[in-house]
Design a protein around this ligand. Structure first.
Ligand code: NAD
Length: 403
C-alpha cells in the first residue's frame, strides 16, 4: 500500500494495553493471583470489539495479535467496530464452578471502567460462553449503571454472545457457518459456477464446521466429506449432516458415521484421516478446525480449486503463496469467518435500540452484510490482481485510515 512508516507503526501498536492482577479467594479459603489483559487495538471505526479467552497459554503478545486481527476482521466485514481482545491466564478446567464465577467477576470489576456499549464490547472466545458473559454483564451493570447515560437494557449491549434470556440474539450459534456459506455463494456467483455442481469437504465438526456443512447443503451444495479430531468419512453421495451428528454423539467420533438420506452404513462409504480429507478431489475445501493444517508438507497435494478459511489461520503463509500462485482461490479467514462478529453486531444493535429480531430477520441481514463485504473485497482483488487476503487487508486498512 506504500504507507509511510509512521502510519504503519501506528497501525501495528495498540491504543491501550490494560494488564490486571486479580486477587481471588479460592475454595480452600486461600487467595490466588491471576494475570489478566484487555488490549484495545484500534477504535477508528467504532468501539473495540473482541472476545475474552480463559486459557493457561494466554499471553500478552497473543492477546495483542488477536486484538489487531479483530480490527482487521471488523473493518473487512464493514462493521462500525474496532478491535480488542482480552484474556486471563489460567486453566478453567482446574477450577470449581464457584471459583470460575469469582475469577470472572473479579475480571468484570477490573475492566468495568474501560468498557461500555460505545467504548469496548467484549464477547466469548476460547473457554468462555453465555454464562461467563452473564457474570461479566451483571458485574459491569453493578459498577456502572449509576453513572451511565444508558438504560440498563442498553448497558447489556456491552457484551455480546449472551444467552437469549440475557439479551442475546437468535441466529448467533449458526452465524459463523452461515456467514461462510453466504461468502461462498457470493464467490461462486462471481465465478459463474453453479452451487449444485460443487462438491465440498469440511474439516472440523464443531460449531463452525457442523453449521457450514449443514447450511451449504441447504443452499444446494453437495458436502461429500467431513471430519473431527479423530478422522472422518467420505463417499460418492451427499452426506446427511444431522444424522452424522447423531451418530457422532453415540460413537464419540465422526469416523465410522457414513450417513446418507437418514441411514448410517460405513460399508457404503470410507473412513479417512484428516490428512486425506484435505487432499480429496473436491471443488471446495473448508478447513474449519485448527490453524496451519495446510502447510509446506501437504500443499502440493491439495486438489480443491477453492478454499474457504473458516478456522483462523488454517493455511501457513508459505502454503498460501504456493496455492495462490497455482491459481487456487482462497477466501481468507478475516472475511470467511466474520459472520460471527457480524451477528454480534446485530445483538448489540438490538440491545441498543430495545428491539428483538426474529431469526429470519437476523439471517437475512447477515446474508446481505456478508454479500456486501465480499463485493468490496472482490472489487479490490480484481483491480489490484493480488490475492483475496491482500485485498481484504488493504480494504480493511484503507477503511481504518480513512475514518
Ligand atoms: P469447536 O471447538 O466447536 O470445534 C472444533 C472442531 O475441530 C471439533 O469438531 C474438533 O473435533 C475438530 N478438530 C480438532 N482437532 C482436529 C484435527 N486435528 N483435525 C480435524 N478436526 C479437528 O470450535 P469452533 O467454534 O467450531 O471453531 C473452529 C475454528 O473456527 C477455530 O479456528 C476458531 O478460532 C474459528 N472461529 C470460530 C468462530 C465461532 O463463532 N465459533 C468464529 C470465528 C472463527
Amino acid at each position: 500500500m506504500n504507507l509511510p512508516s509512521d502510519v504503519i507503526d501506528r497501525l501495528v501498536l495498540p491504543n491501550a494495553i490494560h494488564e490486571f492482577v486479580l486477587e481471588v479467594k479460592m475454595d480452600n479459603g486461600k487467595k490466588k493471583l491471576f494475570n489478566a489483559f484487555r488490549i484495545q487495538h484500534n477504535n477508528n471505526l467504532g468501539p473495540y470489539k473482541g472476545g475474552i479467552r480463559f486459557h493457561q497459554n494466554v499471553s500478552r503478545d497473543e492477546v495483542q495479535a488477536l486484538a489487531t486481527l479483530m480490527s482487521i476482521k471488523c473493518a473487512v466485514a464493514g462493521l462500525p467496530y474496532g478491535g480488542g481482545k482480552g484474556g486471563i491466564i489460567f486453566n478453567p478446567k482446574e477450577c470449581s464452578e464457584k471459583e470460575l464465577e469469582r475469577i470472572t467477576v473479579a475480571f468484570g470489576k477490573a475492566i468495568s471502567p474501560i468498557i461500555g456499549p460505545e467504548i469496548d464490547v467484549p464477547a466469548p472466545d476460547v473457554n468462555t460462553n453465555g454464562q461467563i458473559m452473564k457474570w461479566l454483564t451483571d458485574e459491569y451493570i453493578k459498577n456502572s449503571s449509576s453513572k451511565s447515560k444508558f438504560k440498563k437494557s442498553q448497558l447489556r449491549a456491552t457484551f455480546t454472545g449472551k444467552m437469549l434470556s440475557e439479551g442475546g440474539t437468535l441466529g448467533r450459534t449458526e452465524a459463523t457457518g452461515r456467514g461462510g456459506v453466504a461468502i461462498t455463494e457470493a464467490l461462486l456467483e462471481k465465478l459463474g459456477k453453479k452451487r449444485s455442481e460443487m462438491k465440498v469437504a469440511v474439516q472440523g465438526f464443531g460449531n463452525v464446521g457442523f453449521y457450514y456443512a449443514k447450511i451449504a447443503i441447504e443452499r444446494g451444495m453437495s458436502v461429500i466429506a467431513v471430519s473431527d479430531s479423530k478422522g472422518g468419512v467420505t463417499g460418492t453421495e451427499e452426506l446427511d449432516i444431522d444424522q452424522i451428528m447423531k451418530c457422532k454423539k453415540e460413537k464419540g467420533e465422526v469416523a465410522g458415521c457414513y450417513c446418507v438420506g437418514g441411514v448410517c452404513d460405513i460399508s457404503k462409504g470410507k473412513k479417512i484421516t484428516n490428512a486425506q480429507l484435505l487432499e480429496l478431489p473436491v471443488d471446495i475445501l473448508v478447513p474449519a478446525a485448527l490453524e496451519n493444517v495446510i502447510n509446506k508438507e501437504n500443499m502440493s497435494k491439495i486438489q480443491a480449486k477453492i478454499i474457504i478459511e473458516m478456522a483462523n489461520g488454517p493455511i501457513s503463509e508459505e502454503a498460501y503463496d504456493y496455492l495462490t500462485k497455482k491459481g487456487v482461490l482462497i477466501v481468507p479467514d478475516v472475511l470467511a469467518n466474520s459472520g460471527g462478529v457480524a451477528v454480534s453486531y446485530l445483538e448489540w444493535y438490538q440491545n441498543m435500540k430495545g428491539q428483538t429480531w426474529s431469526e429470519e430477520k437476523v439471517n437475512k441481514k447477515l446474508h446481505s452484510m456478508m454479500k456486501d463485504a465480499f463485493e468490496e473485497i472482490w472489487q479490490t482483488y480484481k483491480k489490484r490482481k493480488s490475492s483475496l487476503k491482500q485485498a481484504a487487508f488493504e480494504t480493511a486498512i484503507g477503511r481504518m485510515l480513512k475514518k
